[in-house]
Ligand binder design. Structure first.
Ligand code: SF4
Ligand code: SF4
Length: 397
């Protein structure tokens, strides 16, 4: 959705969603349920292959609807708006041991609220206890060190967050008291995604990793996935829709989202994926991919998408270009925030996050060499995209 369109239509959209008739949804319900569960690494826990990312959870009732469809894994965080409170609102009606809850070591303020390097044992414990209290539960199945590679361009700095003694000591205590079961780490880059996750896998401290992974990218990710599987570390994929852009071209009657999910799940190392689910129609569409093989027509849709958007989608976690920028612009993060604005419907969140970004794209308006463009191996018009992103995310013209 374009910025101007968003301003005009957001109120109308909200009203339409609220008024959606339940009868049609009930008819669809039988068609789309989870059909496959897979073990997460060697944790003994089996997750639905299509699982719930609560980044834009609209209500407690959506959790119950998802459980009714067979989804049993819920990914949340203290800095995902009211998501944890909504899960807490549904908790009385949930048989807790039938679902898996994963949250993050974060503070409940605006995104990104990840605990920084140098955090104390007490900070980690407080973060988990806050999540438990908001979700009205006694334990987390997983807690994530979230978005490793996002806080610092320096791998050494992020390693302090990844392999912190204070973290491990807190986790040991939390496990002992039954407040959390397994440790996990996620990354969508922009910096050192593959190598940081690889360090996590090799450390023997982590039970699961969650990388960005989709059909458009990541030449080195398959090695990481194989290593994780070899060591019994679980893998859950995120950012599976490669930008989640609207299909404004003829996709020959096939839906893009299920095809993208099937591609991810066709990798035997991947135990499942999490996807943001905002409404019942998302459940109807997304769950059609559960337990289904990738077909020739799925591949055609993915090829069409790649041809249409491959030169506009910034591969989160790639970051081949930033070291070439003399101004140190946070290129991948700026373009990720623009994706949140344009394609994820997270306009406010994206603008707020961009406002807090130190190395924003302002210098791109007076740049005379544009070295980022030749540095991008995927042929993106990086400088143009950055200027467009800056205007979008600051509401300037
Ligand atoms: S346009 Fe110039 S300032 Fe902007 S990211 Fe590219 S090289 Fe850096
Ligand atoms: S602009 Fe190109 S090189 Fe830079 S992070 Fe995105 S895809 Fe990678």
């Amino acid at each position: 959705m374009k910025r101007r369109d968003f301003l005009k239509t957001s109120a109308v959209t909200t009203a339409v969603i609220a008024a959606a008739p339940f009868t049609a949804q009930a008819a669809e319900k039988e068609k789309s349920k989870v059909r496959r569960y897979q073990e997460i690494g060697k944790t003994g826990l089996k997750m639905s292959d299509i699982s719930y990312g609560t980044g834009r959870l609209p209500s407690s009732s959506m959790i119950l609807r998802a459980i009714d469809r067979g989804i049993n894994y819920f990914d949340t965080a203290p800095d995902y708006g009211s998501a944890e409170e909504y899960i807490g609102g549904a908790m009385k009606k949930i048989q807790r041991d039938k679902i898996i809850i994963a949250s993050k070591f974060c503070v409940p303020y605006s995104y990104p609220g990840h605990l920084p390097p140098g955090s104390k044992k007490s900070d980690y414990i407080k973060a988990v206890e806050g999540s438990l209290s908001r979700m009205k539960t006694d334990y987390l199945d997983f807690c994530f060190v979230h978005a490793i590679g996002e806080q610092s361009k320096s791998k050494d700095e992020e390693m302090k967050r990844l392999l912190s003694d204070e973290l491990f000591s807190a986790v040991q205590g939390l496990k002992k008291t039954g407040k959390m079961r397994f440790l996990a780490v996620s990354s969508h880059g922009p910096d050192n995604m593959e190598s940081l996750l690889s360090e996590a896998v090799q450390s023997g401290q982590y039970d699961m990793i969650m990388p960005s992974f989709n059909f458009l990218k990541f030449p080195r990710i398959p090695n990481l996935l194989r290593e994780a599987k070899k060591r019994g570390v679980g893998v859950i994929a995120m950012k599976t829709l490669a930008g989640a852009k609207d299909m404004d071209f003829d996709s020959k009657g096939s839906a893009f989202e299920p095809a993208a999910f099937k591609w991810v799940l066709s990798h035997p190392e991947v135990n499942g994926l999490v996807i943001t689910i905002k409404r019942v129609s998302d459940l109807d569409l997304y769950l059609t991919a559960s337990g289904e093989p990738l077909t020739a027509s799925d591949r055609k849709v993915l090829d069409l998408y790649a041809r249409h958007y491959g030169k506009r989608y910034c591969r989160t976690g790639c970051n081949e270009c930033e070291s070439d920028c003399p101004k140190g612009v946070s290129i991948a993060t700026t373009l990720r925030y623009q994706m949140y604005f344009n394609d994820y419907g997270m306009e406010k969140h994206a603008m707020k996050s961009y406002a807090g970004l130190q190395d924003c794209a302002q210098p791109c308006f007076i740049c005379d060499n544009e070295l980022c463009v030749s540095a991008c191996p995927y042929g993106l018009p990086v400088s143009d995209l950055l200027r467009e992103a800056h205007k979008t995310l600051t509401f300037t013209v």
